[in-house]
Design a binder for this molecule. Structure first.
Ligand code: ATP
Ligand code: MG
Length: 610
């Protein structure tokens, strides 16, 4: 490749609105160009790297026995209605109609499409297992597309879906995919961790994320400093907390606590560790809009419609549920120890079919007779008729607690949860740095990561919804057990740069767009041009990916571009050629090596391949 012929528009200007270095370098280095919010063109240099990433993923997926196919990007809405995700997936799902008023979605993920593809074709257990993958576009109408390719609306994903006759075989494939992903990310040369994760809107059980470690990562990961335990903070657990400070032993009694309405003040007022205080967090759960019912004339979402009717009924008889714009809101309560914080994901997972949890203000609490800052466990269900009241599992049967009395300026002491009937306990708290590992008791630390891959066990969630079955050995129809396995292919580019780029520009390791950039210092110097051209031809013949910077621009600009784009090595052919010398610069370290211009080709190859 001759640089003069390459469509690479590099720029010294700081692009606007780039928070992350990866975003800045991908734009300045001429790898990508934005065409709309969260939508990017890949320019030639970006496409070269993308292709290298795709090649590695494809080789490893093929090695695992998976088959590549390509599913339509546009999916009929009907499939999403059947799977009950049309309403539930949220606003990220882009919905539209064709000229005949038929509804469609732009695939944000393809479970429905793949089940529809396999359904009826795989009839017997003898055709199983099967793992099908594609490397294809996805569209998610992200609320805040940002950081360039990191969180695009249109992006490239490798998504694989496996089909099995039973759970044991799904477990085997899940492990195979974990091993395959590890090989892929090792070959991509990134530092990553496999962490336990939430299953999110896709549903199912058993879920692991592949996190590239980078300080700018949006995800927080909990890592044990002693053992292998690693989990996304969304679902991380800890060994139950214990404290040395004495419990506030007291007979059950109501206490006047004027204006003492937060944990810190309460802890000081009673001179007790916040561990012994019962904190209540009130939220509003949001349930789906039931839009699919409008499309079908009737709801095909049996769970959802049942749930919505339930909530509506509650709304009639109590104040805890309201209906706005067809979506149902319901007030719910979560109790934790005063020293702990509520995990949004865990709280959301506690409420069946809720699609979000949102804050509510004190006036909404007052409206249902609750004084903010004084909410407690006694009589809460009677006062509010709330359907969802949960206690953190670490509180199970705890005594010697202090909690709000559901009356302004009053708290109860001597609270004993074992005396309550039918409390529902869930894992609700967010793990903190310094908590203890649930596996080995070691200390837990927090670090930041970028999610580059995610594998799930789906079970029969989708085969059931879309009625996809096969005939098992005993001749009986059975639903497919399924797994799904995603890699954020386009996100890998910025993720690598977040880990490796330096102050001068991109560093790609082995994914660099070219292995060698021959920089001709002065293209008016015939000796330099002739030497560089010969070297270029020789390296090409040896299979080296080589670009020759033959542009009529200043030497300084050529070197700045070498550093910005991140070619793996530069060979500078300049004035020193008169003295029989050329120079090799390694991009990663910017280390410079003086070489004899007549260095044997084999020796040069060894140096650039290092
Ligand atoms: P995130 O938590 O980052 O929003 P996700 O958990 O919703 O991602 P998955 O459904 O697990 O994403 O999709 C598989 C992979 O696709 C993710 O691991 C991630 O690498 C990538 N990905 C997801 N959303 C985006 C996006 N908006 N832009 C680029 N890549 C994405
Ligand atoms: Mg994910």
């Amino acid at each position: 490749m001759r640089f003069s012929k390459l469509f690479a528009i590099t720029s010294k200007e700081e692009p606007k609105d780039c928070v992350l270095k990866s975003h800045k370098y991908l734009i300045r280095g001429g790898f990508i160009k934005q065409i709309g919010s969260g939508i990017y063109n890949f320019l030639p240099l970006g496409k070269i790297i993308l292709n290298k990433v795709i090649k590695i993923i494809k080789e490893e997926m093929d090695k695992s026995g998976a088959n590549e196919l390509s599913l339509g990007f546009v999916t009929p809405a009907e499939l999403w209605i059947k799977s009950q995700r049309y309403d539930k997936y949220g606003k990220e799902l882009l919905k539209f109609k064709d000229r005949k008023e038929n509804p469609f979605v732009l695939g944000p993920t393809h479970e429905e499409a793949i089940v529809e593809c396999v359904k009826g074709e795989v009839k017997s257990y003898k055709q199983l297992p099967l793992n099908l993958y594609q490397i294809n576009l996805k569209f998610r109408d992200e609320i805040r597309p940002r950081f360039g390719l990191m969180r695009g609306r249109e992006f490239l994903m490798k998504d694989a879906y496996s089909f099995h006759a039973n759970k044991e075989d799904l477990d085997r494939e899940f492990e195979l995919m974990e091993a395959t992903y590890k090989s892929i990310f090792r070959r991509l040369g990134v530092d990553f961790r496999v962490v336990e994760a939430d299953s999110g809107a896709i549903g199912g059980s058993g879920s692991k994320e592949f996190m590239l470690l980078a300080p700018s990562g949006e995800d927080s990961i909990v890592i044990c400093q002693k053992c292998e335990y690693a989990a996304n903070i969304e679902i991380a657990t800890r060994a139950f907390k214990r404290v040395d400070s004495p419990a506030p032993k007291a007979e059950f009694a109501k206490f006047h606590t004027p204006n003492v309405s937060n944990i810190k003040d309460l802890s000081e007022f009673f001179k007790v560790d916040s561990y012994y205080l019962l904190k209540c967090v009130a939220k509003k759960a949001v349930f789906a809009s039931g839009e699919s019912a409008k499309l079908c004339g009737t709801s095909v979402d049996s769970n959802k419609s049942a749930d919505s009717t339930d909530s509506a009924k509650l709304g009639d008889s109590t104040d805890s549920a309201t209906i706005t714009n067809n979506s149902t809101h319901e007030i719910c309560f979560f109790f934790l120890r005063g020293c702990d914080e509520l995990s949004h994901t865990k709280a959301l997972n506690a409420i069946p079919n809720a699609i979000d949890l949102i804050d509510l203000d004190s006036s909404e609490l007052e409206a249902i007779g609750l004084p903010a800052g004084f909410i407690g466990a006694y009589g809460l269900r009677n006062i509010t008729n709330a359907k969802y009241i949960f206690f953190d599992r670490e509180l199970e049967d705890s005594a010697d607690l202090i909690c709000g009395a559901n009356e302004r300026d009053y708290h109860f002491v001597g609270v004993d949860l074992s005396k309550f009937q039918g409390l529902e306990y869930r894992d609700l708290l967010e793990v903190k740095e310094g908590d203890l590992c649930p596996k080995c008791g070691g200390t837990l630390g927090l670090t930041k990561g970028i999610e580059i891959g995610h594998i799930f066990k789906l079970g029969d969630r989708y085969s059931r919804a879309l009625e996809a079955s096969f005939l098992d050995k005993d001749g009986k129809a059975k639903l497919f057990e399924m797994g799904c396995y995603g890699i954020g292919v386009s996100r890998i580019l910025p993720a690598i740069l977040e880990q490796k780029a330096d102050e001068s520009g991109a560093v790609w390791g082995d994914l660099a767009p070219f292995e060698v950039d021959i920089v001709i210092s002065n293209i008016k110097n015939e000796a330099e041009v002739e030497f560089a051209n010969n070297l270029y031809e020789n390296l090409k013949k040896c299979g080296i990916e080589v670009i020759i910077d033959d542009r009529d621009v200043r030497f300084g600009s050529k070197m700045a571009d070498f550093e910005l784009i991140g070619f793996k090595n530069a060979i500078i052919v300049g004035k020193a050629l008169n003295n029989g010398k050329i120079e090799l610069v390694r991009r990663k370290t910017l280390e410079k090596l003086q070489l004899d211009s007549n260095i044997p080709l084999q020796d040069l190859l060894e140096l650039v391949r290092l």
